[in-house]
Design a protein around this ligand. Structure first.
Ligand code: HEM
Length: 447
C-alpha cells in the first residue's frame, strides 16, 4: 500500500487506491481533508485549546478531525503540534521516518524518573541494543512458554472469585481483572505470585501511573521530597516496587545453579530468567543489573494497566452483547472440550480473537498520546513538517473512522474475521506501529 498521501485527486479525499474501496462506508463530506494542514486558530498561544484538551482530550481530537481533516497543525505555547489522523500518514511517520523521530521528551522524562533507562524511554543506539536483546524474550514462540503461568493466574483468580460448587457469582470485574493482570505479570516475571506482593505491586503501579499522568502535563517535575499532594505516595510506591523487584532478583542470583541447570532442577521459564540470561548476539554482552531492574519495572507499568483495561472493556462489551459472548463460549467449548487452554488453541478460536480485537479497537488502552518529536525536517503526505515539530497520533480517532470501520461506534467483531473487507494497514494500531511497536503485543494477545 502507498505510504503517503499524494497531491492528486485522491489526496483531497485522503484516500489511496487500496483504501478507496472502504470509502463507500462513509459520506466523504463528513470529513474534510485538506491538501495543507489546517487547525484551530486560538489567541493566547493556544492556551484555551490546552484547557479544552484537559477537559476532554479524545473529544477534542475527534472534533479536530471532523473540522480540519487528516493532518492538522496548531500552536500550543512553544509547541508546533501536528495531528496525524489518516493511516497512511501514521505509517509514513512511524515507519518511513522512524529514524527522524524520538518520543516526546517530557513524557520520557517523567517515565525515566520511575523506570530508569528502560526500553520504553531510551533512544538511539541504547534503545537499539536493548530492543535487540529483549526481542528474543517476547517472540510468539517464547511467549507461548509463559502460557501455563498465565493459565494458572486466571484459574486462581476465578477460583477465588467464584465460590466452590457455584457456577456463577457476582464479582466486581475491575478488581478481578486488575488482580489477574498483576498475577500474570508477577508469575511470568518471577514464576510466583504471593498475595501480598500482588497487592503492593498493584497499588504501587496504579499510584505511579497517576503521578506520571499528573506530572506529564507540567513543564517540569518538582522534587519528590517536597510536601506536595501525592509526593509521599509516589515515594512510597517507588520504594515498594523497586524493593519487590530487587528482592526477586537477589533471590534468583543466590540460586544461580538453577539458572545453569546444574542443580538438576528444571530450568525456569520466566521472564526474569530470560532477562538474566540474555546475550547481545553481536557483542555477547549481558544486560547490566540496573537494566534488568529497569526492564522488570517497566513490565509492570507497560503491561499491567493496559492488560487490565483491555480485559475490563472486553468483559463489558461481552456483557452488553450476550449473543457474541454465547458464540465465544460455544467456540471455546468446542475447541477445548473441557481441557486447559494453550497457545496452540489460539488459531482455532477466531471468534474469541475477533471479540478481543474489536474491544481493542473501540477502547484502545493507549487511546492517545503516542507523541513524537521530529529531529529533522520530514514530509508527510507531501507536506513539509519542520524539525522540532510535535507529532500526535490518537488511536481512538483512527479506530472510529467510518472510512475504515463501517458503523464505527458499533461492536462488530465480524470485521476481524477472514473474508471481511480488508482493514487498511495503520488503521488499527492498539499496539502502535513501526520499530517501536509494543514489545509485549504477543504476550498481551495470549494473556
Ligand atoms: C493490551 C495490552 C497492551 C497494549 C494495548 C499495549 C500498547 C502499547 C503501545 C501502543 C506501545 C507503543 C507506544 C508508542 O509508540 O509510543 C507500547 C509499547 C511498549 N509496550 Fe505495550 N501494550 C500492552 C501490553 C504490554 C505488555 C504485556 C508488555 C510487557 C510485558 C508491554 C511492554 C511494552 C514496552 C516495553 C513498550 C516500549 C517498546 C519500545 O519503545 O521499544 N506492553 N505498548
Amino acid at each position: 500500500m502507498n505510504t503517503s498521501v499524494h497531491a492528486s485527486p485522491s489526496v483531497q479525499t485522503g484516500l489511496t487506491s487500496a483504501t478507496a474501496a472502504m470509502a463507500a462506508v462513509a459520506d466523504p463530506a463528513d470529513v474534510p481533508r485538506p491538501l495543507q494542514p489546517s487547525g484551530p486558530c486560538s489567541p493566547w498561544w493556544g492556551l484555551p485549546l490546552l484547557r479544552d484538551m484537559r477537559a476532554d482530550y479524545l473529544g477534542f481530537v475527534t472534533r479536530l478531525h471532523q473540522q480540519h481533516g487528516d493532518l492538522t497543525r496548531m500552536r500550543l505555547g512553544y509547541e508546533d503540534a501536528w495531528d496525524l489522523m489518516h493511516p497512511d500518514l501514521v505509517r509514513e511517520a512511524l515507519i518511513t521516518h522512524a529514524d527522524q523521530l524520538i518520543r516526546w521528551e517530557r513524557g520520557m522524562e517523567v517515565f525515566e524518573q520511575v523506570f530508569g533507562q528502560s526500553v520504553l524511554v531510551t533512544e538511539g543506539a541504547t534503545w537499539q541494543r536493548q530492543r535487540r536483546m529483549l526481542m528474543p524474550a517476547f517472540t510468539p514462540k517464547r511467549v507461548a512458554g509463559y502460557a501455563q503461568l498465565m493459565t494458572d493466574a486466571a484459574r486462581r483468580a476465578l477460583d477465588a472469585a467464584v465460590p466452590a460448587g457455584q457456577g456463577r457469582a457476582l464479582v466486581p470485574v475491575d478488581a478481578l481483572w486488575t488482580d489477574v493482570a498483576m498475577d500474570v505479570i508477577l508469575r511470568t516475571l518471577f514464576s510466583e505470585s504471593a498475595q501480598a506482593d500482588a497487592r503492593d505491586a498493584a497499588w504501587a503501579t496504579q499510584t505511579l501511573s497517576e503521578a506520571a499522568f499528573r506530572e506529564m502535563f507540567m513543564p517540569f517535575t518538582l522534587p519528590d521530597w517536597l510536601p506536595l499532594p501525592g509526593k509521599a505516595d509516589k515515594r512510597r510506591a517507588l520504594r515498594a516496587l523497586k524493593g519487590l523487584v530487587q528482592r526477586h532478583i537477589d533471590a534468583r542470583q543466590s540460586e544461580a545453579p538453577v539458572a545453569d541447570g546444574a542443580s538438576g532442577k528444571p530450568e525456569r521459564s520466566d521472564l526474569l530468567h530470560m532477562l538474566l540470561a540474555l546475550r547481545d548476539e553481536s557483542t555477547g554482552e549481558t544486560l547490566s543489573p540496573q537494566e534488568v531492574l529497569d526492564q522488570c519495572l517497566v513490565t509492570f507499568q507497560a503491561g499491567h494497566e493496559t492488560s487490565a483495561t483491555t480485559l475490563l472493556w472486553w468483559t463489558t462489551l461481552m456483557a452488553q452483547h450476550p449473543e457474541a459472548a454465547e458464540r465465544a463460549r460455544a467456540e471455546v467449548d468446542a475447541v477445548l472440550q473441557g481441557g486447559v487452554p494453550g497457545p496452540e488453541h489460539l488459531a482455532q478460536l477466531p471468534w474469541l480473537g475477533a471479540t478481543l480485537k474489536e474491544a481493542l479497537r473501540l477502547y484502545p488502552p493507549i487511546a492517545a498520546l503516542m507523541n513524537r518529536r521530529t529531529t529533522a525536517p520530514i514530509t508527510l503526505g507531501g507536506v513539509a513538517v519542520p524539525q522540532g515539530a510535535l507529532l500526535r497520533i490518537t488511536p481512538w480517532v483512527l479506530h472510529r473512522d467510518a472510512r475504515w470501520f463501517a458503523q464505527p461506534e458499533q461492536f462488530q467483531p465480524e470485521r476481524f474475521l477472514d473474508g471481511a473487507p480488508p482493514i487498511p494497514k495503520g488503521a488499527w494500531i492498539p499496539f502502535g506501529l513501526g520499530p517501536r511497536v509494543c514489545i509485549g503485543q504477543h504476550f498481551a494477545m495470549l494473556g
